[in-house]
Design a binder for this molecule. Structure first.
Ligand SMILES: [Cu+2]
Length: 361
């Protein structure tokens, strides 16, 4: 069903990201299935695999678990990378900076993601050599990830940026995900991880990646494609209030946890020493602000379904194929087969801006 003219390098970057994710899912998920099968074999047939009482090795379980679970994090974060590429190009009205680099970096993350699982096991008794190799390889993941962040920033450079709600989510993502990524370098560094392992620092890092990255990009994508999906617009004002509360609430909730963790607050304990009280309370207060932002989003989105203004076919002026059809899309998507002649981010020449281009005919 591929439209004539659609080639590998005319695909939107969201499609490249889901493609890379599909490869990870195909290779990583069976490992989870194998682990569960081994567990069944151990319990039912009493063959020692993981249980030391039966002669098994519990660290082997950790190896299986993280061989699946590190790539699983990329299953959750690579599609959001694709969403962010769409939001930033559409709202900067500019071709993405380094299309091929962004496309290939998704594939590179998928491949390197399989080589780094041991960074979760620095303190589980693995050899110094293994620890050093896993630490070194972990830093390699930062390269394709940084390529993406630099491309997004360079795409915005001299673009005609519109601060729509999806764009506010994309900007939040850039800020939060960068903190998530950079704190990953602290945890990937062998010596530092010995101090930070199993502390709130890990909890904060994980949330900055999964929520500051994944969920924020999901919400941005939801607000971007909402008019296309349901044919209705949502409240501009309330959606901005909501994104602001989510951004502030998120940072108060989870930045506090970086501080707690770096000072030695362990994770998975409900009791703590009195010196940790203030930051725990700050974190709790932040979670209420965050919840308020999310509730507001739920309310105005529900309201928009019934009372929202009718959405035009292409409210953001994006040029990928999804915006070339009716809103909401008709059965079989297009009245006749579309022919692809331009790239996904080939925006028409900018309209002259009356404030800057005075005298231009
Ligand atoms: Cu990992």
């Amino acid at each position: 069903m591929r439209a004539p003219g659609m080639t590998w390098f005319k695909m939107p970057l969201f499609i490249w990201a889901t493609y890379a994710t599909a490869v990870i899912q195909l290779l990583a998920t069976p490992v989870l299935a194998i682990t569960l099968l081994l567990l069944i074999v151990e319990r039912v047939l009493q063959i020692g695999i993981f249980d030391p009482a039966m002669g098994g090795d519990p660290v082997l379980f950790q190896h299986f678990f993280w061989f699946y679970s590190h790539p699983a994090v990329y299953i959750m974060i690579v599609p959001p990378f694709g969403v962010i590429s769409e939001l930033i190009t559409a709202n900067s009205r500019k071709h993405i900076f380094g299309y091929k680099a962004v496309a290939y970096s998704s594939v590179a993350i998928a491949v390197i993601g399989f080589l780094v699982w041991g960074h979760h096991m620095f303190v589980s008794g693995q050899s110094m050599l293994a620890g050093a190799v896993f630490s070194f390889l972990t830093f390699f993941v930062a390269v394709p990830t940084a390529i993406k962040v630099f491309s997004w920033v360079a795409t915005m450079w001299r673009g005609s940026i519109r601060f729509t709600t999806p764009m506010l989510y994309a900007l939040s993502f850039l800020f939060l995900f960068t903190i998530g990524g950079l704190t990953g370098l602290f945890l990937g560094a062998l010596a530092v991880d010995v101090h930070l392992h199993d502390t709130y620092f890990v909890v904060a890092h994980f949330h900055y990646v999964m929520m500051g990255g994944g969920i924020i990009a999901f919400l941005g994508g939801l607000h971007h494609w909402w008019p296309k999906m349901f044919g209705r617009m949502y409240s501009r004002t309330w959606s901005r209030v909501s994104v602001l509360l989510i951004f502030i609430g998120f940072n108060v909730t989870f930045f506090s946890q970086f501080i707690l963790g770096s000072r030695g607050m362990p994770r998975r304990y409900h009791e703590y020493l009195p010196e940790f009280t203030t930051w725990h309370q700050a974190s709790t207060a932040g979670s209420l602000i965050l919840a308020a932002g999310l509730f507001i989003a739920a309310f105005y989105l529900a309201h928009s379904l019934f009372r929202g203004e009718r959405a035009p076919d292409n409210p953001w002026g994006a040029v990928t194929l999804d915006w070339a059809t009716a809103t909401p899309p008709i059965t079989h998507n297009f009245p006749e087969q579309p022919i692809v002649t331009a790239g996904p981010y080939d925006f028409p020449e900018r309209e002259p801006d009356p404030h800057h281009d005075k005298g231009d005919a």
